[in-house]
Design a protein around this ligand. Sequence first.
Ligand SMILES: [Fe+2]
Ligand SMILES: [Fe+2]
Length: 248
Amino acid sequence: MENLRNSDYWLDHFESNLMVKRINWNQKPCITPNEKQAIIPSLRAWQLGETSDGHNLRAATAKYADRHNDATYRDVIDLFIKEEQKHGENLGQYLDRIGVPRKKKDVGDSLFRKVRGLATNMEMWTITVLIVEHAAQVYYQAIKDATNCPLLREICTDILIDEAQHIQFQRERLSIIFNRKRTWKREIAYFIYHLHFKLTYRAIWLGHAKALQAGGYPYQRFKRLMHFKFNQSMCFLEKSLQHAVVPV
Ligand SMILES: [Fe+2]
Ligand SMILES: [Fe+2]
């Protein structure tokens, strides 16, 4: 079990990752009409979801950082939000290039923003983001597999590389928060995390089933993979309780 890395480590990571350019924008998009029909309506909604200004997350982070004397964590979250916005901008650029307007409003996105707004503390934010990151990994893999357009595939690969680190980052932060809890509070937290997970991945399926299926993820496969990833994160929490060195 690795130690849980502190904010300085993640600040370095996000600063250097933001400098890396992995997409060749000289390529022309070549998505077919069939691929377009299967994935673009969903991608427009997902693109909107990646463009949040992070206002509520920043507010929760500020409170958390003050309480734990971890000012650097605010900078880390700023860079994390910036990286998510990069995903939104890259997908937006792609939509622009294929002549599809970016979405300004989406029912699912508005609902999800409202639910996220209810999460006022760092723990609820972290578990929410972690669950969505798991779904994002499956989603971008599905979009990548649903198209032969090299530019769109490259955009997905770039996001998938970022998301793998986001998951590690959020897992470690959730473990730090979880480690500070009393035993009985951990039991309640587990229950809430699981409930949150089940509601969220089902809602994501409802909104994006067609694109996920086009990428080779029918419901049972999507569900299995989501459970697998979530269980890995929960195992990480449990192991961190026994072995990890929690940074101050
Ligand atoms: Fe993202
Ligand atoms: Fe992410």
